[in-house]
Design a protein around this ligand. Structure first.
Ligand code: ATP
Length: 512
């Protein structure tokens, strides 16, 4: 099965089992907006709890806030979003479709790179054991020609983007002979800058002064509350402020399912430090954040750092944690050393002093900031795609199983009477009533036990508890484990503690 087919199957699976639905589906959907169903919202809530606890519970010097989506419009001037939160867009005059110019070029480069990999695979096949990949890449004329082409396009694209030279960007698209995937033509408009912020009006004012923006990131809500939190919480540097909340971006290229949405959620933490100590803390958070991801258990090989060579003017270090999504390695989280840029800008634009008095240094300064910024929805997608398994069983049947970390699984236990008989259902209901005080559980009595197991596998329930006739006399039930499908008899009394041991959020937090 190709990665593309796998991705299609995953999307269908998430809809069929109540994880994710296209928003407004009844009205044919709304581009790049998705709703979370009964399973998806549990999974998402568990991911958010894991992040929140890892920040706010595990670190005495990190506190959480919940600021509003609407903020004073000047905030977005100060942050640079009004003037510079743009994507370069280009339209095809025949298909009337709109694209991000840089994405068209990146896709073009990706195609060249795929050609190179094909060439390397061919070499591998031809030379077998004796194949020296490094030497092949360094000497094969086809590889070298394609690599030079990709490097040149990348260099021209970076220069055009950095210089904000939209004419050069368009020329590059023309020179690469990029065609519109729909119309197949090269009939392109000029490239224009497009601001990604959604705007709306405050109250009954209809002029410029009443323009409000839906926040495109949660970070600014933290910066503008820096003094409030520091003073009311008597926080001492270094300290952090964490927040989870919605953000909105009018993305031009909206595809790849919940990877790029127009309404999404972020989990951001700003960590304020002494000037001069920021790079030490940047390294600290870079390492910590990767550990957080690895604890989820999707495999080290599926994560990598992507250090930024070109930095935004206010940053002095930046890296992305990329995940191997079904469509390749892409950004999941950004870690940025943002210097004192944001606090300084808000000081400038608000006219209010934003400084910290450091008792140890007996001096005041504007703190430096390390940001960790991760998308909730991208994490949901990473977890869904990492957990999705199609397995062939010994009896020839197939099962789809979501191998979620038990602490993240939407449902922890399914309670199943073997058959629908009063004496069994009474015991099963009693077990259910006990377990549901601690865990999200499902009770099911319809269908054969095998079919019920399959349904629980499909939503990733770590444990199934089956009540049979022996249970009535020995006080024991069969506990089936999702991944191994192993079954053991355990006493009903022990159930809560057995389940708790596996599904507790502690299992994740202790690994960070
Ligand atoms: P990209 O380059 O993929 O557009 P970005 O660099 O603009 O992402 P940031 O501004 O650094 O992203 O936002 C921080 C995090 O928020 C990202 O790492 C990602 O997980 C998430 N995120 C950003 N934009 C979206 C979106 N449109 N849909 C879902 N998640 C998003």
């Amino acid at each position: 099965m190709t990665q593309e087919e796998l991705f299609k199957n995953l999307i269908a699976h998430t809809k069929e089992y109540g994880f994710i639905f296209p928003s407004s589906e009844l009205y044919d959907g709304l581009g790049a907006v998705y709703d979370y169903g009964q399973m998806g919202s549990e999974l998402k809530a568990n991911i958010k709890k894991y992040w929140w606890d890892s920040m706010v519970k595990l670190n005495e010097n990190i506190v959480g806030i919940d600021s509003c989506i609407f903020m004073h419009p000047k905030i977005w001037k100060a942050s640079g979003h009004v003037d510079a939160f743009n994507d370069p867009l280009i339209d095809n005059k025949d298909s009337k479709k709109r694209y991000r110019a840089d994405v068209l070029l990146e896709d073009y480069i990706a195609k060249i790179e795929a050609k190179i990999e094909k060439e390397v695979a061919k070499g591998q096949k031809r030379f077998g054991e004796a194949f020296d990949e490094a030497q092949f890449r360094a000497t094969n004329p086809n590889v070298l020609r394609e690599k030079a082409k990709a490097d040149e396009v990348r260099a021209r694209m970076s220069k055009a983007l950095n210089d904000n030279d939209l004419v050069a960007l368009r020329q590059l698209i023309i020179d690469c002979e990029i065609v519109d995937p729909i119309s197949g033509t090269r009939n392109w408009t000029d490239v224009r800058q497009f601001n990604l912020m959604f705007s709306t009006q405050l109250g009954n004012t209809s002029d410029e002064t009443g323009t409000l923006y839906l926040r495109p990131e949660t970070a600014q809500g933290i910066f503008v509350n820096f003094l409030n939190v520091q003073k009311s919480g008597r926080m001492k540097i270094p300290f952090g402020i964490a927040q989870i909340g919605k953000a909105f971006r009018n993305e031009i290229v909206a595809r790849q399912f919940i990877f790029r949405m127009r309404e999404f959620e972020q989990m951001e933490m700003q960590f304020f430090v002494r000037p001069g100590e920021e790079l030490k803390w940047f390294e600290h958070w870079k390492e910590k954040r990767l550990k957080w991801h690895l604890a989820i258990g999707l495999g080290r090989e599926n994560y990598r750092y992507h250090d930024h060579e070109k930095l935004a003017h206010y940053a002095n270090a930046a890296t992305d944690i990329e995940f191997n999504f079904p469509f390749g390695f892409k950004e999941l989280e950004g870690i940025h050393s943002r210097t004192d840029f944001d606090l300084r800008r808000h000081q400038e634009f608000s006219g209010k002093k934003i400084q910290y008095f450091d008792p140890e240094q007996n001096a005041s300064y504007t703190p430096y900031d390390i940001e960790t910024s991760i998308g909730v929805d991208r994490t949901v997608l990473a977890v869904l795609s990492g957990a999705y398994c199609q397995e062939k069983l010994d009896n020839g049947e197939e099962r789809v199983v979501m191998k979620f970390h038990p602490a993240l699984a939407p449902v922890k236990v399914a309670v199943l009477p073997l058959v629908k008989k009063d004496e069994l259902t009474a015991v099963a209901q009693k077990i259910m009533d006990e377990l549901k005080l601690d865990f999200n559980c499902q009770y099911e009595e319809k269908d054969t036990i095998g079919r019920r197991y399959r349904r629980q596998d499909a939503i990733g329930t770590p444990f199934c508890v089956t009540v049979d006739f022996d249970s009535l006399t020995d006080g024991k039930v069969t506990l089936r484990e999702r991944d191994t499908m192993s079954q053991e008899r355990v006493s009903i009394e022990q159930l809560p503690s057995i389940v708790e041991k596996k599904v507790s959020m502690k299992r994740l937090l202790e690994q960070i």
